[in-house]
Design a protein around this ligand. Structure first.
Ligand code: GLA
Length: 403
């Protein structure tokens, strides 16, 4: 495969100003609680989006998705959600940059003039799409990081994460939390990051996995968060929180809620109310579980940590109902294996991957067995990614993707 710089020059007949790389993410524990003021423990991985970018002067954005062989050209002004999904991840952050420039009118007059000229961009990547590894966040973060560099926007990584999240809400229609964008931008090699999704404070935890590997088993069921129940889960949680706040006015977020309060306010025979009860019970349990899991991590007790991953899966499957038969099958299949410390569905759910902590010496055999049983029972091909933890979004000189 040609280096992305070369592909850029071939397409546009001028040289790219810079090349940026932004990774996908895993999440060790803390699922569906980033938008519920909980804690998450993600890390950036060795799958990434790469782009080459250069300024233009004709007021247009020329976008090339190399993997898809598609080119879309749009005027840089009056951007609105587009029918082509991948385009939204680019123009969504461009729209955010305009908002940002508008709020700083005087300081940014010169930058704004420059930005109005537009840009050319080539993108490619090796993050499997719809697999729960945040390929869309990686595109948004790569583009925003590149624009920040190219136009000297002086944005911090956290500001960029928040802007990319807003872009996803507005242009992709998914009311996601902050985790994916945060992780893609803040990743550090061999470290997991504990993010407090309330204060946005974060701490790096070295991941000493020693004899163990992080292995992702991909159901190859593509999830589409926008059309899935993701947004419904958010609403159910908001509904539950409101009911609890009526009885306990001092409660601000899920962080202040005890399981007893969930029982007292939401346990019910009414079907709708009992769904809200289940969602809130899961959220409160998961917020507590992550805090205990982090203590396990601090003590190096990966056995205890792994057990909590299984508990999280149970909650996501039975209470939060964001799993699917294929994910349940893959977790169940390794649950009594002494070489697997922990396993659970990861990310938004309804498909995508399970995350597993597996003894290195057993990875090959477990993968072989699981591939065979998944094909036999689910009639699908399992994809397997043995994952390493890598740095977050950064500028690359002269890189090219190895296919
Ligand atoms: C998706 C969202 C995240 C987060 C996870 C579930 O990846 O983008 O914000 O809510 O689902 O933990």
């Amino acid at each position: 495969m040609l280096a992305i710089r070369t592909q850029f020059s071939n397409h546009f007949n001028y040289n790219a100003a810079l090349v940026v790389k932004s990774p996908g993410r895993i999440n060790l524990i803390g699922e569906h609680i980033d938008y519920n003021h909980g804690f998450v423990l993600p890390a950036a991985i060795d799958k990434f989006i790469e782009l080459a970018i250069g300024k233009r002067t004709d007021g247009a954005i020329h976008m090339v998705a190399l993997d898809l062989g598609e080119t879309i050209i749009l005027p840089i002004h009056n951007l609105a959600p587009h029918a082509t999904v991948w385009v939204n991840y680019i123009i969504g952050v461009v729209d955010q940059v305009f908002n940002n420039l508008a709020t700083n009118e005087n300081n940014f007059a010169k930058i704004k003039e420059d930005f109005n000229g537009g840009f050319s961009i080539c993108i490619q990547g090796n993050i499997p799409l719809g697999a729960g590894l945040s390929s869309s966040a990686a595109v948004e973060c790569a583009v925003l990081f590149a624009l920040n560099e190219l136009y000297n926007l002086s944005l911090t990584r956290m500001q960029m994460a928040l802007m990319a999240q807003s872009a996803e809400h507005k242009f992709a229609g998914v009311n996601c939390g902050i985790m994916d964008m945060f992780a893609s931008l803040h990743g550090e090699k061999n470290k997991a990051i504990l993010l407090d999704c309330d204060s946005l404070a974060f701490t790096y935890y070295p991941l000493a996995l020693n004899d163990y590997s992080i292995v992702l088993f991909d159901t190859q069921i593509k999830h589409a968060l926008a059309s899935s129940e993701y947004n419904t889960r958010r609403l159910e949680c908001e509904q539950g929180l409101k009911i609890i706040q009526e009885k306990y006015p001092t409660v601000k977020t899920f962080r202040d809620i005890s399981l007893e309060q969930v029982e007292a306010c939401l346990a019910s025979n009414d079907v709708n109310r009992s769904k809200v009860y289940q969602r809130c019970k899961y959220v409160v349990e998961e917020i507590q579980r992550v805090q205990l899991a982090v203590q396990d991590l601090g003590k190096g007790d990966m056995q205890a940590f792994g057990k909590k991953m299984f508990e999280t899966h149970k909650g996501l499957s039975k209470l939060y109902e964001v799993s699917c038969p294929e994910l349940d099958f893959l977790v169940e299949a390794v649950s009594n294996n002494e070489n697997v410390l922990g396993a659970r569905m990861m990310g938004g759910g309804f498909g995508g991957c399970t995350i597993n902590i597996i003894k290195k010496s057993a990875v090959e055999e477990i993968t072989k067995e699981l591939t065979a049983s998944y094909a036999q029972v689910m009639h699908k091909e399992l994809a397997v990614y043995i994952t390493s933890i890598e740095d977050g979004t950064h500028i690359v000189e002269g890189t090219h993707l190895v296919a």
